[in-house]
Design a protein around this ligand. Sequence first.
Ligand code: MIG
Length: 825
Amino acid sequence: MKKLLTSILAMIWLSPFAAAIDLHGLVAVGPFTSYASTRDSVTVTCGDRSEVRFYILAPDLIRVRASFRAPLPARDHSWAIDKTTWDVPKWNVSEQPGYLLIATDEVEVLVHRPDLLVEFRDAKTHQTIDADALPMMFDPRAADGRVAATKKLGFDEHFYGLGEKAAHLDKRRGQFSMWNSDTPAYHEGTDPIYQDVPFYIGWQAGQAFGIFFDNSYRTNFDFAGESPDHVVFEADGGEMNYYFFWGPAMKKILARYADLTGHMPMPPKWALGNQQSRWTYYPDTVAEDVVARYRAEDLPLDVLYLDIDYMNGYRVFTWDPHGFPDPTAFTDKLRKEGVKVVVIVDPGVKYEPPEPGAKDAATNPELAPQDKSYYVFNEGVKNNYFLKRKDGKLWIGAVWPGKAVYTDYTLDGAARWWGDLHRAYLDHGVAGIWNDMNEPSDFLDQTGKTQMDVVTYDGGANSLYAENRNVFALNEARATYEGLTRLRPNERPYIITRAGYAGIQRYSTMWTGDNTATWDAMALSIPMFESLGLSGEPFVGADAGGFIGRTNAELLTRWYEIAFLTPFCRNHAQRDAYDHEPWRFGTYYEDIIRKYLKLRYRFMPYLYTVLEEAHRTGMPIFRPLLLNYQADANTLNIDDEFMVGSDLLVAPILEPGSATRRVYLPEGTWINYWNGAQIAGGRMVRTEAPLDTVPLYVRGGSIIPMGPEMPYVDARPEDPLTFQIYPDAQGKAEVTLYEDDGISPAYRDGAFRRTAITYQSHAIDVSSPTGTYQPGARNMVFVVHNPPPVREASLDGHVIALRKGTGVLSVGIADDSRAHQIQIR
Ligand code: MIG
C-alpha cells in the first residue's frame, strides 16, 4: 500500500500542475480492498479505511460519495437537493478482471482495482464517457480539508454550465471558483461573482454527460486550463460528493438535474412583463411620475421596483415615513395603472439596541419611527435568530444601515420569522420581493476571511462559515418563498435574487447584478444567461442599459433588442447613473424601444408556453443554439446568438455603429421574422441590421402563438389569439399552447389549458384542449406563412372566409374549446 501511495504521489509531483488548483499535499484514496452492496448502493472499502459509495438513483444518474480514512458519516444532507427518494432502477454489480462493474440499463461504472479509478461508460456501446485520471484525493493533514477529483480531458471535449460565470459559453481551458461574492462592475474574467452552481455538462462527439459536485464550500473547477489534459474539481472542505448524469442528450441531463435539485415553480405571468427600476425612485410621487410617463408614452409596463431608500434608514421591513408615508395608497395607485410594486430586501438587519424604556409598536411596527427601538432587531436578538461567532458573540458586519447582523435561515424558527416579516410589505400591497446583498455582502470584509468562525445551525451540525456562505442566499430565498406562500397562499410568490447556489430555482428567479453600461457587458450577458440556463436556472436577466456608468441611446436601444426576449426584462440603473428609462434619449430611440416592448407582449402566449416548459421539464427559456442542435459542432461556442425556446433565434448587434452581421443558422428552414424570407440553414448568412431591426428568425416547423398588444400582462383577454404558422420543408408545423390564470397556484391541480395545433397537408388541426382552465370567449386566427396556392378554406367541411396577404393567408374561427379541422384548398 505504501508503494502505491508513493507512486501516485510521484505521479502528482511529476504532473505539470502549477498554481490554480494545487493538488500537492493531497493523497489518493485506496487501495480497493472489498465492497458491499445494498438495494441501491455499492460501498467500496479501501486499505486506508476510506469508503467510496456509489448510489444508483436512476438508470442515468449515479451519485459518488467518499470519506477519507474513515467510514462515511451517517449525516447526509444538502440544501441543494430536492429529491432524496428515488425508485431504484434495474442494476447489478459484478466482479470483473481488474475492476468492479456496476451497471444499469444506461450506464456502466467501472471501479478499477487496485487504485480506485472510476470510469463511466455507455452501457449500450461500452464506450468511455468520462474517466478518472487520478484517484480521488484528500488532505491527510486536516480533518475537514481539501478534496479533489481529477478526470481525463477528451481531445475534443467541451464544457458548459457552472451557473453564473462572467465568461464565454464553452468553459474548456477555463478555471473557475465558487464563492458567492459581491462584485460590482464585474467584467469578463471576474471570478467568482454573485452566484455559484457547481454543475457542469461535458460534450464530446455530440454526446453529453453532467457532473454536479454538491459541495457548498469554496470549490474550484479547472477544465484543463492548468494541466494540458486534466479536468479537476476540488473543494476547500466537506465531502467528495458528486452526481454523474448520462445523456447523451443535454436535455435529458437538464431534466434529471431539475428532478434532483428542484423544478422552478411557475412565477406569476406578470413576471414576464416589462419591469422598471432605479436606484432610487424617491419619494413615492417620483415613482408615480415614472409610471404615469410610461402610460403617457404608450410603453407597456408591469412592475416598478423600490430600491433601498423606501426603507426607514435602511432598516428592512420598514417604510420611510417621509418618502413613503402611505405605502398602501401608493401601491393602490400603481395597481390601478396595472403596475405591481416589488421592494428590495437586504439580509443585513440594522444593529440597533433599543434606548432604555423604548418599546416597539404592537401593530404595524413597520410604519413606526424606529429611531429609539427597531422591532426586527429586537425580535431577532430576543429569539437568538442572528448568526454568531464561535465565541458566542453576534457577527456584526456593515451594510447600508451601518452596523448590521445577519439571520441564521437554517434555524426553522428564524426562517419562519423572516418569512412572516414580509407581512410588513404584503399588508401594503407589495407584489414581489427583490433579495439583494445576499452573498452575503459585508462592507467590512467582502472575502469572508474574517467570518470563518461564524457558526450556522445547519440542521444541528453547527457548521462553520466556509460551508455555509454559498448556501446563505439559498436559505434566505427559501425562508422568503415559504413566507410569501403562507401569507398569500392564493398567489404564486415572485422573488428575484442576486446570490444563490444549486437549487435556487425552487424559490427564486435571478438577475446578474451590477453590470456596466458597456457594449462588452451587454455582449457578456448572452453567454451568462445561456450558461445559467444550462445550470438549472431558467428565469434570468440583466439590468438593461447597464447598471454602472453612463449608457447612451444606441447602447440602450440595442440592449432592448436582447432584453425584449430575455425572461427577466428590467431597466435598472445605479444611483449616480444617467437616467435611462426608454424615453430619456428622445423619440427616435424611444419609438424603437416601444416597438420591441410591444412585440414582447405580442409574443406573450409563446413566452408563457416556454416558461411552463421550463417549469415542467427544466429546459431553459433563453438557450444557446447548442442545446437545440447538440449534434452540430458549429454551435459549440456560439454565444453571440441565442434561442428562446425551440422556435425563435436572435442574433443581436453587439457593437456600436454596426448595421450588419453574420448569423449562423443551424440545419433546417428558417424564416426571417421581419420579411418572411425563407432561408436554408446549416450555414452562415449575412444580414442587415439597422438600429431598428434585430435579426430575428423563426424555425420552420413551428407555430408561434401571439396575442394583441397590451399595456400590461392580461390587461385584457388574448383576443384574437393568433397562430403564426411557419411550415418546414415537409409543409408541417406544430405547437402546444399553454395557458392558465397566470397568478394562482391552481395550475398544480390541473387548472391550465393545453391546446395542440398541428399543420400538415394543408390542414390545420385544433385539438380538443386538455385541463380545466377556461380562457373565455375569443377568436383564433391562423396565419400560414409562405402558403400553397389555394382558393378556399373550410371549417369542419363548411366554407369559411379566407384572407390573402403578401406571402401569407389567414383564416379565423371562434374558440369554443372544441376540436376543429380547417382545410385550405
Ligand atoms: O451596494 O440597493 O445589485 O441593483 O440598486 C449596492 C442598491 C446595493 C446592489 C444591487 C443594485 C441595487 C443596489 N445594491
